[in-house]
Design a protein around this ligand. Structure first.
Ligand code: CTP
Ligand code: MG
Length: 227
């Protein structure tokens, strides 16, 4: 199933505390951003990449694309203040395609079988997102006191990619913008339309580079994959 992918890359990486966009940090001598881009560059089903970037970082990112042979990028629109705005900037610039994936540029370890399953499920059902089952006992806590132990069998930790029929995501984003609603992922915007969102079981490897500890995990994942 062919698709185009939107990669929001316009964050500032505050929790990483590196004093720069964390996507430029190196894992085995290659920027995190390039690790992520290479997955889609190498996927023959990916027909185009859209990158939301900070205007002041566009020049440097274009240099990286050249240096690492990333040729599928169709546009690098300005990102926004929030991740949702960055994704929306890409959607507004794209021509209509059948299936669009949204994937955090900060998740470099996503693999092709999961991507393909998401694209196919989105084609069939409209919306499909990656997630993994919660491993720990889960409790709802308010003011440091447990209110409820939640049935773990019903809980999933949500990742990206999130895959959609393009028309459905565009409609959900326009609706959210009109209402000034800010979600923490794209699926929330679709849920608000009353549309079902399906889960595709992903991998615990598909971590988001968020804090310093993730860099260590990232190096370990790359090492394991080379063995
Ligand atoms: N992102 C974006 N536009 C924003 C905020 C985030 O495009 N206004 C992107 C980030 O570059 C990242 C992805 O969304 O690839 C996931 O966001 P997150 O992990 O929160 O990254 P940052 O916002 O950069 O990090 P932090 O929240 O720690 O500042
Ligand atoms: Mg953020």
């Amino acid at each position: 199933m062919n698709y185009e992918v939107v990669l929001p890359a316009a964050g500032s990486g505050k929790r990483m505390g590196a004093g720069q966009n964390k996507l430029f940090l190196l894992l085995e001598e290659k920027p995190i951003l390039i690790h992520t881009l290479e997955v889609f560059q190498q996927d023959e089903n990916c027909t185009g990449i859209w990158l939301a970037v900070k205007p002041e970082e566009r020049g440097y990112i274009e240099q990286l694309l050249n240096r690492f042979g990333i040729t599928k990028v169709k546009g690098l629109p300005d990102g926004g203040l929030e991740r949702q705005h960055s994704v929306h900037a890409c959607i507004k610039n794209m021509d209509q395609v059948e299936i669009v994936l949204v994937h955090d540029a900060a998740r470099p370890f996503i693999t092709l079988p999961i991507i393909q399953k998401l694209a196919l499920t989105a084609q069939e059902k409209g919306a499909a997102i990656a997630g993994v089952r919660a491993k720990d006992t889960m409790k709802k806590v308010i003011n440091n006191v447990i209110v409820e132990t939640v049935d773990r069998d019903t809980l999933w930790m949500i990742q990206t990619p999130q895959a959609f029929r393009f028309s459905l995501l565009a409609q959900a984003e326009d609706h959210a913008e009109k209402e000034g609603f800010l979600g923490t992922d794209e699926a929330m915007l679709i849920e608000r339309l009353g549309h079902k969102v399906h889960i595709v079981e992903s991998s615990y490897d598909n971590i988001k580079m968020t804090t310093k500890e993730d860099l260590m995990l990232g190096e370990a994942i790359l090492k394991k994959r080379r063995e």
